[in-house]
Design a protein around this ligand. Structure first.
Ligand code: ZN
Length: 138
């Protein structure tokens, strides 16, 4: 099955990646719908994140996203999530790191991206719209 569904996708997992992600999905401890609010150092309260399917770019309801939160030294908070698209059934992986200086990173394709967020809720949506899966580690 190729990458077209009438809409322009930016990334779609291979069948192998999708099988691994489906397996991992069940092991992620939190449903995104239940996890927030989240207060990473340097960011104040994050009341939610908007996840977008990277295959069809549609929004994923938080009931369809599971995640794991890890706290690392130096107040680095990491969220790894996998979402299932209600519309096209594709899986998308997400990874975010929040640093106490207010920078946020995500792994985009094969490279890290680093963002400075503004504090407004609308800024969240704009930034998160860019997030892509971390199919391969750098
Ligand atoms: Zn989709």
């Amino acid at each position: 099955m190729a990458q077209e569904s009438g809409k322009k996708g930016i990334y779609k997992m291979t069948p192998e990646e999708a099988a691994a992600a489906a397996n991992e999905f069940k092991q992620l401890p939190h449903l995104a719908a239940d996890f927030f609010p989240f207060t990473p150092a340097g960011f104040g309260t994050v009341t939610g994140l908007t996840f977008f399917c990277t295959a069809c770019e549609g929004p994923m309801p938080p009931e369809y996203v599971r995640l794991r939160h890890n706290q690392f030294p130096d107040n680095v908070n990491e969220i790894r999530a996998i979402g299932v698209c209600k519309d096209c059934r594709c899986l998308t992986r997400f990874m975010f790191r929040f640093r106490e200086d207010g920078h946020m990173e995500s792994l985009v394709g094969h490279q890290w991206r680093r963002f400075k967020l503004n504090e407004k809720p609308s800024g969240w949506k704009r930034v998160l719209r860019w997030l892509l899966p971390f199919g391969a580690a750098p």
